[in-house]
Design a protein around this ligand. Structure first.
Ligand code: MOS
Length: 764
């Protein structure tokens, strides 16, 4: 006991001193595993230790967009050595509940597509067969031998040719907000104002193209339990979906996604390879892996083709009088995919007359799916290009126009913002960029043979919090294990959650493990909407606070306790010790505390529920100001984005380095959206034609120059207990608009569609 009492007053030497504070830059904790190949992705998990070897499934897709399968000739494929079976709509195993419970947690309204359900073809690229073989090569070769006779029906895949069929979404998705009703009389105000612009904007289909293909490795054991490594943004969503479709109890299915090689929204829904792999595993009673090819990555959701019209009107001094923003977007025949495209236009600028509209057109294509900042990436783009057009019509600086109409309360409904440091974004971003020395006139800046343009835009995205559970276990040797069924799609979840726990418990990051990516862990939401830090992070914080209180109670109960008289509020956890804030020498090492109590682990669990009552009184959003410089070679139509400054207000930044990387990556994608990305259809075939990375262009290293990210100070205790708002998506919003506006400033040419390819830049 003497030893114990002595140790109460001084930290022991072996506790480590690598303390973590929130907001510091930390390299991602999973970085080493990723660069060494130790991190396994969905298609890389071996079937080790299982009785049955892995079989490989290769998917056959339809070549027509609409019609019926008359007959499938699979004899030649079946004859390939090693081929075990071919699943089609005619022979796929009958499984309980199949066809009834196809909705996952993120389905849009409607009737989800069911692979191999019947002979009907609903879109080009629809999966119609799965060839299963002992080797991938045999399956792939056999798949090429499957011949299909179709009864072809006429299809409609061209949004612009079918705008007349636009309708209000009838089957809405939970959590979606349709455009609010009109404020004031926007058309009348538009007609009366002295200065106005009226413009149409078009953005084509885009695909996510994460590096990792969609894949599912289904490992079946002899008791009929399925362990599935799936590429998904939620192991629990995939687990729930598989359980429902195949009528398997929760205990028969475990889904893991410890590493995900990018997803950007494409993994919000389970994709069809998961169902096909499970069908084969059930049918053949063995382990099966199915991996999509890059071409097949273009056969499910995408960012929807969207056509927008924005009308803005103002007084001569720049005071906005009217905002009218309407959008028409595509969806499939079977689901009403919806996203918030126009609502942002009622959230950014003070205006008495605002009218917003959003409709969809059902086409013979697969349903779109959320893609990084869905709706905002192109909705705010249209508004922000329109604002630049208005500034030009007013002969006014584009930043001055935004500041003139700056909203201190939400324009649409006069609600307060939880926090909104957008003004600081404008000022700090402009300062860093050197915006003040911009010339007003287009075509007024040159660098050698290139025209130089400076453009800017505003960005905004929701700041959301969902519900989650987390557990935290502290071991006597000082290790802390924190768990939640969260996902890390490359965003840095492992890192930031580890930091939150380490900072709370005063432990070095090396002693903290955050466990995610397993459906058996405490409930976590789908990784989406930039909400993992606000949600799972707050749950981790909550679990750690419960641990703190428990340890504190234990410490107080010790004989001669140095903290006997102190309330919890005067206690801090630093360097592996619990101690008094005022007299840091009075405290006790956590390891000592636990051994004094004769325990080797302490565990706490926490359920984070958002305080909806408080949150609903505020508009909760992140904001950004993006400034960029382009250099345009008019002879070639080429655009180089030579400088970008992105100033972000996204609440408290907890993990400075991974947050910075998120925004940098999003700016890269914004440049890519602006200049490169579009999936082209041949509407005669109703099919995406550039379905590969050779012809679907994305920004490459040579396209990216200087990107400077600023985080403006914000601390938002309405959105989350940690003050954070989330940074996954805000970084892309407004970037393409800033590029578009810079191209106008450089050339005097207004390009109202993305991507702004050389043909458009050169057009007379
Ligand atoms: Mo994101 S598009 O919410 O995965």
């Amino acid at each position: 006991m003497t030893d114990l009492i002595e140790s109460l007053h001084a930290p022991t030497a072996d506790e480590g001193t690598g303390s973590v504070t929130l907001g510091m830059p930390v390299s991602r904790v999973d970085g080493r595993a990723k660069v060494t190949g130790e991190a396994r992705y969905a298609a890389e998990h071996p079937a080790e230790g299982l009785d049955r070897e892995l079989a490989y499934g290769v998917i056959v897709n339809s070549t027509i967009a609409k019609g019926r399968i008359l007959s499938m000739h699979i004899e030649a494929a079946l004859a390939v050595p090693g081929v075990m079976d071919i699943l089609t709509h005619e022979n796929h195993p009958k499984t309980r509940s199949l066809g009834v419970f196809y909705k996952d947690m993120t389905s849009p309204g409607g009737s989800p597509f069911k692979p191999l359900h019947d002979a009907n073809i609903r879109y080009s690229g629809q999966p119609i067969a799965l060839v299963v073989a002992q080797t991938f090569e045999a399956a792939r070769y056999a798949a090429s031998l499957v011949i299909v006779d179709y009864d072809i029906e006429p299809h409609e895949t061209d949004l612009m040719a079918h705008l007349d069929r636009a309708h209000k979404p009838s089957r809405l998705k939970a959590g979606y907000s349709p455009p609010p009703g009109e404020k004031g009389d926007a058309e009348m105000a538009f007609a009366r104002a002295p200065v106005s612009i009226d413009a149409e904007y078009y953005s084509g289909v885009e695909h996510h193209n994460p590096m990792e293909m969609f894949a599912s490795t289904v490992l079946r054991d002899d008791e009929g339990h399925y362990l599935i490594y799936d590429k998904t943004q939620s192991s629990q969503n995939s687990r729930w979906y598989v359980s429902r479709i195949f009528g398997l109890s929760k205990h028969k299915v475990t889904v893991r996604n410890p590493y995900v090689g990018g997803a950007f929204g494409s993994g919000l829904r389970p994709q069809y390879q998961l169902i096909l792999a499970m069908m084969a595993a059930i049918h053949l009673e063995r382990s099966v892996r199915v991996v999509m090819t890059r071409q097949q990555m273009f056969t499910f959701g995408h960012r929807p083709e969207t056509f927008q019209r924005v009308k803005l009107a103002a007084e001569r001094d720049g005071t906005l009088r009217a905002i009218v923003h309407t959008a028409l977007a595509e969806t499939s025949r079977f689901e009403d995919y919806v996203e918030v495209v126009v609502n942002w236009s009622g959230q950014l600028y003070t205006c008495d007359n605002i009218k917003l509209g959003y409709e969809i057109v059902s086409l013979d294509q697969f349903s779109p799916i959320d893609m990084r900042a869905p709706g905002a990436a192109h909705g705010v783009h249209a508004l922000e290009v329109a604002m630049d057009e208005l500034a030009h019509a007013l002969q006014m600086d584009p930043l001055a126009l935004r500041l003139k109409n700056y909203a201190e309360r939400n324009p649409m409904d006069d609600m307060p913002y939880s926090t909104k440091e957008l003004a600081a974004c404008y000022h700090q971003g402009a300062e860093r960029f050197g915006w003040a020395s911009r010339s007003l006139e287009p075509r007024s800046m040159r660098d050698g043979h290139e025209l130089v343009g400076w453009g800017m835009a505003t960005g905004t995205w929701d700041a959301m919090q969902m519900f989650a559970r987390a557990s935290a276990v502290l071991y006597a040797d000082g290790r802390l294990l924190v768990s939640s069924a969260a996902t890390d799609i490359g965003t840095g979840t492992y890192t930031v959650m580890g930091m939150i726990a380490a900072a709370a418990m005063g432990l070095p990051l090396e002693q903290v493990t955050f466990q995610l990516g397993d459906s058996t862990l405490p409930v976590a939401p789908i990784e989406g909407g930039s909400s993992h830090v606000t949600t799972v992070g707050s749950a981790v914080q909550g679990a750690c606070e419960k641990l703190q209180r428990r340890l504190f109670r234990m410490a107080r109960a010790l004989p001669h306790s140095p903290v006997a008289e102190a309330p919890f509020e005067q206690i801090e956890f630093v360097e592996g010790r619990l101690r008094l804030k005022q007299s840091p020498e009075k405290g006790i090492a956590l390891s000592v505390l636990m051994s004094a109590n004769g325990i080797d682990r302490v565990e706490e669990k926490y359920l984070l529920l958002p305080s909806l009552f408080k949150q609903r009184k505020y508009v909760r959003a992140t904001h950004s100001a993006v400034f960029c410089e382009v250099k345009v070679d008019e002879a070639l139509g080429t655009v180089r984005v030579t400088r970008v400054v992105s100033a972000i207000a996204a609440g408290r930044i907890l993990s400075a380095k991974t947050a910075h990387s998120q925004v940098t990556g999003a700016v890269v994608w914004g440049i890519s959206q602006a200049l490169h990305e579009e999936t082209h259809s041949d509407h005669r075939l109703g099919r995406f034609m550039n379905h590969n990375l050779a012809e679907y262009h994305v920004a490459v290293n040579a396209d990216i120059h200087d990107i400077d990210v600023i985080f403006v100070h914000e601390d938002d205790r309405v959105v989350s207990e940690l003050g954070a708002k989330g940074v996954g998506e805000i970084g892309i919003v407004g970037v393409a608009a800033a590029v578009s506006n810079a191209i106008f400033h450089a050339t005097g040419r207004r390009i109202r569609s993305t991507p702004m390819t050389p043909d458009k830049v050169m057009a007379p």
